[in-house]
Design a protein around this ligand. Structure first.
Ligand SMILES: Cc1cc2nc3c(=O)[nH]c(=O)nc-3n(C[C@H](O)[C@H](O)[C@H](O)COP(=O)(O)O)c2cc1C
Length: 352
């Protein structure tokens, strides 16, 4: 029987266990998107996870979601990330960079530009822009040239990630950010070849994935999806049909893994397992109250190959040891999830 605590090989990397630190935005980067010493410390503290997936990172300035989000589009950002990857590797873990283009989930006050998206559809709600909350803006609908440039930005960011020492990248096609905005029919109302049918709405995601895989190798490329997710004002329809099409299109590409984030109302982990023949990283979602038991069951039954922990990884830098030894767990303080500085970031204690 498989367990969370055994070694596994993913994308050519031998991981010390099947536990993954899920991507989590923490807003601790410098003003210009540079990773800093505090971030080096934070990721190094969590290097007993078999694999770390970083917080969502902007592949281009226009795709930066919030203040304090790191980027991977300048030389100083690459230099900053090098220190993170080096520290994590020295401590025995592997690390993938999550490429998160925010699309319409940004604001002129953050990027000094109009946010872009599949279509000019304003999301409901507001976001933190630096000094307070502002309503979202109507994004600029991407032209075919914008689409080509964005694809090129993903490729360039993936190349930079490899130059910075990452073991691979994860494309963020979940949670209502740009790639998801193309998939969902309420944010994509285009009438050209990138909108309308399921095939057309999935086209941009598949093209970006192929372009990145061609640039850095499929075994260093992965993707995260959240079928039926509603975060960031997404409303999907025809979930089974859409994600059957998408998963079939990427199955056989030889990706490092498919990361599936389970959402209320659709059992996406067993669904993905039936369709996808490569490695699956499961995330059981915010609503799961019995996460540790779920993680054990999912690995033991083979429903997924790895399991990613979000808030438990945030609050327990040594979660693999705590779970292996049945030790008590710290709980996270949501007030400091997105604050600045070390409090609630690098000061969660390890078990004695
Ligand atoms: C503080 C915080 C920040 C997050 N940021 C990201 C992100 O940048 N990219 C992403 O794909 N998911 C992000 N998520 C979602 C997590 O990866 C994960 O799917 C979610 O927390 C549910 O898993 P959990 O119950 O183990 O925490 C974030 C979650 C939290 C709590």
């Amino acid at each position: 029987m498989k367990t969370l605590f055994e070694k596994v090989t993913v994308g050519g990397n031998e991981l010390t266990n099947r536990m993954v630190m899920a991507p989590m935005t923490r807003n601790r980067a410098d003003e210009n998107g540079d990773p800093n010493g505090l971030m080096v410390e934070y990721y190094k503290q969590r290097s007993s996870f078999g694999l770390i997936i970083t917080e969502g990172t902007a592949p281009a300035h226009v795709g930066k979601a919030y203040p304090g989000i790191p980027g991977i589009y300048t030389q100083s950002q690459v230099a900053g990330w090098k220190k993170v990857t080096q520290a994590v590797h020295e401590s025995g873990s592997r690390i993938f960079l999550q490429l998160m283009h925010s699309g319409r989930i940004s604001h002129k006050k953050i990027i000094g530009l109009d946010p872009i998206s599949a279509s000019a559809v304003k999301p409901a709600g507001e976001l933190f822009t630096g000094s307070g909350m502002d309503p979202f803006e109507t994004p600029k609908a991407m032209s075919l040239q914008d689409i080509a440039e964005t694809k090129a930005a993903f490729v360039s960011a993936a190349n930079s990630a490899i130059a910075a020492g990452f073991d691979g990248v994860e494309l963020h096609a979940a949670n209502g950010y740009l790639l998801h905005q193309f998939i969902a029919p309420n944010s994509n109302v285009r009438t050209d070849e990138y909108g309308g049918s399921i095939e057309n709405r999935c086209k941009f995601v598949i093209e970006v994935l192929n372009a990145v895989a061609e640039a850095i190798g499929a075994d260093k490329t992965s993707i995260r999806i959240s079928p039926n997710g509603t975060f960031n004002d997404i409303a999907e329809t025809e979930i089974e049909k859409t994600y059957t099409y998408l998963i079939n299109a990427i199955n056989g590409m030889g990706l490092a893994f498919l990361h599936v984030s389970n959402q209320f109302g659709f059992e996406s982990i067993p669904f993905a397992r039936k369709l996808y023949s490569g490695s699956i990283v499961a995330n059981s979602g915010y609503a799961d109250k019995t996460k540790v038991e779920t993680a054990k069951r999912i690995i033991e039954t083979g429903e997924a190959d790895l399991f990613s922990f979000g808030r438990l990884a945030l609050a327990n830098p040594d979660l693999p040891k705590r779970l292996a030894q049945g030790l008590e767990l710290n709980s996270g303080d949501s007030k400091t999830f997105y604050s600045r500085g070390p409090i609630g970031y690098t000061d969660y204690p390890t078990a004695p």
